[in-house]
Write a protein that binds this ligand. Structure first.
Ligand code: CA
Length: 315
């Protein structure tokens, strides 16, 4: 099994992504970045999800940065309980897991693990990029030793989700995204546009998932309860979106990604209307060298199969 660290702001689809990672990878650890909901709640959600995957699993969970690099004035950190429920778990209010978070900082854990397994470790980034950026700043020598970085974030010349211009993870911490995008780590970006086109699970899919009748499928239905309604009301999407699970599924099985191209990608850090906007230079108008492999199409059925396999396996 390939080794990974998964960096997450655990709420909603992060949980399904975490189950997917635990199914396909040797998860060395889970690191938490400030994002979706209150930081302490995200930690509890990650710990609970590990317990859902297998009560006997022990996967260490490390606390990272609780908010973006620059959070002042109108750039204060914004959580999205309206999307995922007040607990980030579809208002399920699960009991606390018995496992507790580790001592020590997520950034040090990432640095030490990369050094322990040079060239072997993949990073799965499904949250604002604060922790990854700070790991790069603290120990720039790790850049050449990270096998691959998979990022759920940004959009490829498409509508954002938190503002019309920006996808949430890039928008929360665009400075961190900038550090990461220009780090030189081999990386793949799966944007919000891929998620709305290919990861949507509609009412019929939810019915099929319910019929699986496993504790994994029950968990999926519960966690996605609030976001389903939110997507209908706000994004005008009929179903639930699975950006983080899609990202992890692609990392586990790249054949799910049926088209990808390397482009120059950058992120707007100022901008009156466009903070967090990801610039994907598909026609190379800037003349800059490509730095990111961008996912451009997905085999939707294959993704669905992977998702079902994960939920079926959790009895
Ligand atoms: Ca996330």
């Amino acid at each position: 099994m390939e080794r990974v660290i998964i960096d997450t702001d655990t709420a909603g689809d992060d949980t399904i992504a975490l189950l997917t990672a635990l199914h396909f990878f040797k998860v060395e650890g889970v690191t938490i970045t400030g994002g979706n909901v209150a930081f302490q709640q995200q930690i509890e959600n990650a710990l609970y999800t590990i317990q859902v995957a297998d009560a006997d699993f022990y996967t260490p969970v490390y606390k990272g940065y609780e908010g973006p690099l620059f959070s002042y004035g109108n750039k204060q950190h914004v959580t999205v309980e309206d999307v995922h429920g007040s607990d980030g778990m579809g208002d399920s209010f699960f009991e606390k897991a018995s496992q507790r978070p580790e001592e020590g900082h997520a950034v040090d854990f990432i640095i030490n693990k990369v050094k322990e397994f040079p060239g072997e470790l993949n990073l799965l980034a499904i949250a604002p990029l604060t922790n990854i950026a700070m790991a790069i700043k603290k120990a720039p020598e790790i850049v050449g030793d990270i096998k691959h970085l998979y990022i759920m974030g940004g959009t490829n010349n498409s509508l954002g989700n938190i503002t019309p211009a920006a996808e949430y993870n890039f928008w929360v911490d665009p400075e961190a995204a900038k550090i990461v995008l220009h780090s030189g780590i081999p990386m793949t970006m799966v944007g919000w546009d891929m998620c709305t086109q290919y990861s949507l699970m509609d009412d019929r899919d939810h019915e099929e998932i319910r019929e699986l009748g496993t504790s994994g499928s029950d968990f999926f239905i519960n966690v996605n309860r609030v976001v389903k309604q939110f997507n209908r009301d706000v994004h005008r999407l009929n179903g639930t979106t699975h950006p983080d699970a899609l990202l992890v599924a692609i990392a586990a099985n790249e054949s799910i990604m049926t088209k990808s191209t390397s482009y120059f990608v950058d992120v707007e850090t100022v901008g009156e209307l466009t903070r967090g906007y990801s610039l994907v230079d598909i026609n190379n108008r800037t003349g800059n060298s490509p730095n990111v492999r961008v996912c451009e199409a997905v085999d939707r059925e294959k993704f669905k199969e992977v998702l079902f396999d994960v939920l079926k396996a959790i009895k």
